[in-house]
Design a binder for this molecule. Structure first.
Ligand SMILES: O=C(O)CCC(=O)C(=O)O
Ligand SMILES: [Fe+2]
Length: 290
């Protein structure tokens, strides 16, 4: 049945998305939080995404129907969450979560690069960004994060709707939308890339492609352009209106993200926090040695 479009998020559809298997839960428009099998997960708008519980303690029951639903949500609204069974604490969780990420990730792309993100606490949030925006070869279209150790407090990951942000910026601050920023990577000094704040993506149309103010950014302004601090303030103000998901991590959660239509950040946190990150079809990574 066709669902009405939801005006709260680009590509969103009101109502129940789809049930996937016996353990899947789809959230309804009016009470997404209550129906979520994960009370800690908060969806800041009322449209529901797919919450699919995976039991990871025996074999891997990844049904063939799961991946297409993840792909559909990631394409439409920009993200999808697969939650492990809450009582899952097994020592093999890393292996299982990685396997699920790769199995489902195959439906989004052909290659994946894995890294472990490990921190011991951070009083500062990680600024909002498009993943790998500094990459000369371009950004990865999709990435996934899996939680191995949730922090003691804080450390939620927020996903922002880049199409909605682009639309609002064009309406309210058209001169800023066309300004360019040059991004660099501190870790890989040879990686430098420049984007208009609003880019026209061949597949998705106008999207915000951006990293909030950091030392390695350079705003490419003309004398008539708004001041640099104003550029960041206006864009950040708009992004605050475009939070699509704030995900509070539980061990075993898997979050798939469409990096071309969303941005993300991470809040400040206390205690050890370990995530597995999988970048899918990262343009800079094209060869593998076995
Ligand atoms: O730790 C997170 O939640 C996200 C980290 C991140 O965005 C990054 O390392 O690029
Ligand atoms: Fe990131």
């Amino acid at each position: 049945m066709e669902q009405p479009e939801c005006d709260r998020i680009s590509g969103g559809v009101c109502g129940v998305l789809r049930a996937v298997d016996d353990t899947a839960h789809a959230c309804e428009c009016s009470d997404a939080r209550r129906r979520s099998p994960y009370p800690k997960a908060s969806i800041s708008w009322s449209y529901g995404t797919l919450w699919c519980m995976l039991k990871l303690d025996s074999n891997l029951p990844v049904k063939e129907s799961v991946a297409p639903v993840v792909v559909d949500a990631v394409e439409r609204i920009g993200f999808s969450v697969i939650a492990a069974s809450p009582n899952e604490n097994g020592e093999h969780l890393l292996t299982h979560v990685t396997a699920v990420a790769v199995l489902v990730g195959q439906f989004l792309g052909k290659r994946c690069s894995l890294s472990i993100l490990e921190g011991q606490g951070d009083d500062a949030p990680l600024p909002v960004h498009t993943e790998g925006i500094y990459g000369r070869a371009g950004i990865c279209p999709y990435f996934a994060l899996a939680c191995l150790t949730p922090s003691e407090s804080g450390g939620s990951t927020r996903i922002y709707d880049g199409r909605r942000a682009a639309k609002l910026l064009r309406e309210r601050e058209p001169s800023i939308a066309d300004m360019k920023i040059r991004y660099r990577s501190r870790a890989y000094p040879e990686e430098i890339q420049e984007y208009s704040i609003v880019e026209n993506d061949p597949s998705y149309g106008d999207v915000l492609r951006y990293r909030a103010r950091v030392e390695t950014n350079q705003v490419m302004s003309n004398p008539t352009d708004p001041a640099e601090s104003e550029v960041y303030e206006r864009v950040d103000d708009i992004l605050r209106e475009c939070v699509a998901l704030e995900h509070y991590w539980n061990r075993g959660d898997l979050l798939f993200v469409n990096n071309k239509i969303t941005l993300h950040d991470r809040t400040a946190y206390r205690g050890a926090r370990v995530l597995l990150r999988m970048r899918i079809d990262e343009p800079a990574v094209t060869t593998f040695t076995y």
